[in-house]
Design a protein around this ligand. Structure first.
Ligand SMILES: Nc1nc2c(ncn2[C@@H]2O[C@H](COP(=O)(O)OP(=O)(O)OP(=O)(O)O)[C@@H](O)[C@H]2O)c(=O)[nH]1
Ligand SMILES: [Mg+2]
Length: 483
């Protein structure tokens, strides 16, 4: 029998639970980006700068001295691995290397105690905001657009893409195989496996290829996670005909069933558990890599981003709509790795990225969300300099190129600092979107730099990781929740 005191406790607990939720709001920040866009580095740098007194002049709460404390807390989801912040930051600071490409999902909760900006609210106990962030392999993002596509739509698109002039060669084995496969024949596992292997091999080859193509679903064919070898991952697109009924047990019927299984076992839970619950979103775009690879890669990046963003503003009848319970009210589109360019080019980079996501952000659902575009570097690996040449001042960036990087005939050893003239982005972004645009592939000097050596202040204090506009990003994404 519960005593009166116990019951009172229960009531009180429930009450404090509810009120603490009121006093202790949380914000789910979606860090969205294709593979290698810079998600893991961004999350690591954001946490590091907040935990270690980073230089964040444009982040108001910080600049006003209203942040009382920042700490990592237990994450809300028990079944998701923790984001290994400590390992990642050690890799960056001590090894001066970048974290490995992400192979599985992970999560982190960062809590900020702050003092309110308004005088009368300062009478109340200080505010507290917890930010939940999820990191995942960028390849998986390619799956979101599959949710609303049936097997035939997926197949048609995939095969059309494989037949593009730039891809036809790497897709040859897969295309030849589907040509000689009888879709109505009884399905047998070796045939299924051979088709899957040929298709996955083609996707992998596209990725390796310098053309840096972005539209390569299904994402788990590139980064399987723990589902490798399962039936849900053993299928391939087939040239199925419209309106035709393939007999039960046929190859086409089996592949279609497995594709649906992939959607329900892999894609839908990923969307439901992580994307449907976001409050705010930062979309990281590595435009420089695509620009460097040429107009086709740029167009491809545009398609991929448009398809992905479309999932956040689905039509009413769509499966997606039923799960989007929260509404994202702010989206920051960040052109990452801006430290590869001189400051003079940052406006141009922003204009290019604005144009890349233009279609996607203009459409309906987003009209309610505030969108901003920013050239940013979560970790600034270079500094700026200039040289005089023929009476002209040329802007340079100076950094330590990673071992094995090359510019022309010169190859770098990963130890010495070098000044590089990064090249000019076109003033008119349209130049990048035309196949015969003025900017030829390789016009931008793009080498990978090692993370910077941390400098010490005059007092001998090691400074936190340098960045470009990370403070502006923070202000846009969470500033209004700290007032
Ligand atoms: N110079 C510079 N390079 C960066 C920055 N952010 C990312 N990079 C480079 O981009 C690479 C990819 O960054 P990640 O953070 O691992 O990218 P990701 O989005 O997590 O990629 P996946 O885990 O593969 O999905 C790094 O290895 C760095 O070479 C940055 O702020 N500055
Ligand atoms: Mg990552």
């Amino acid at each position: 029998m519960t005593s009166l005191a116990d019951e009172a406790r229960l009531v009180l607990d429930n009450f404090t639970d509810r009120t603490s939720h009121l006093l202790h709001p949380t914000l789910r920040l979606g860090v969205t980006g294709l593979s290698r866009a810079g998600k893991t580095v961004f999350i690591t740098a954001l946490v590091h700068n907040l935990l270690h007194e980073g230089r964040l002049p444009m982040f108001r709460a910080k600049a006003d001295g209203r942040i009382l404390g920042t700490y990592l807390e237990e994450q809300p989801d028990d079944a998701v691995p923790r984001f290994q912040y400590e390992d990642h930051i050690r890799t960056i600071l001590e090894d001066r290397a970048w974290p490995q490409s992400t192979r599985a999902i992970s999560e982190l909760r960062l809590t900020i105690d702050f003092e309110s900006a308004s005088t009368w609210r300062r009478m109340l106990p200080g505010g507290r905001l917890s930010i939940d962030i999820v990191d995942y392999p960028g390849e998986w993002l390619l799956d979101l657009p599959l949710i609303d596509k049936d097997f035939r739509a997926f197949s048609t698109e995939a095969i059309e893409r494989a037949r593009l002039p730039s891809r036809r060669e790497v897709a040859r084995e897969y295309l030849a195989l589907i040509d000689r496969t009888d879709l109505e024949a009884k399905a047998d596992e070796p045939t299924v496996q051979a088709l899957k292997a040929a298709f996955a091999g083609y996707l992998q080859a596209c990725r390796q290829d310098r053309t840096a193509l972005s539209t390569l679903p299904p994402g788990r064919f590139l980064m399987p996670g723990d589902l490798e070898g399962s039936p849900a991952l053993s299928f391939a697109p087939l040239p199925v005909e419209k309106g035709k009924n393939y007999p039960k047990g046929s190859l086409a019927a089996l592949m279609a069933r497995r594709y649906e299984a992939y959607k329900s076992v892999v894609v839908k839970p990923f969307f439901r558990e992580h994307f449907a619950r976001l409050d705010r979103q930062i979309l990281l775009v590595d435009a420089l890599q695509a620009i460097n690879a040429g107009p086709e890669a740029v167009a491809d990046l545009e398609t991929a981003l448009t398809d992905i963003l479309a999932c956040f503003r689905p039509g009413r009848s769509s499966w997606l709509a039923s799960f989007l319970t929260r509404r994202i009210d702010k989206i920051l589109v960040a052109a990452t790795k801006a430290d590869h360019l001189h400051r003079d080019s940052h406006r141009r980079l922003e204009a290019i990225v604005r144009r890349l996501v233009d279609d996607a952000t203009k459409r309906a659902r987003f009209s309610g969300a505030r969108t901003e575009v920013l050239a940013m570097a979560a970790v600034r690996a270079t500094r700026e300099a200039s040289v005089e040449e023929n009476g002209e001042t040329l802007p340079l960036i100076v950094g330590t190129p990673a071992a094995g990087e090359r510019i022309g005939d010169e190859s770098f050893d990963g130890k010495s600092e070098t000044g590089i003239f990064p090249g000019d982005l076109p003033a008119d972004p349209a130049a990048l979107f035309k196949a015969d645009g003025e900017l030829a592939a390789g016009a931008i000097q793009f080498v990978r730099f090692r993370p910077p050596r941390l400098e010490r202040s005059a007092e001998g204090v090691t400074l936190s990781l340098p960045h470009i506009r990370l403070d502006r990003a923070l202000e846009f994404l969470i500033g209004d929740r700290l007032t």
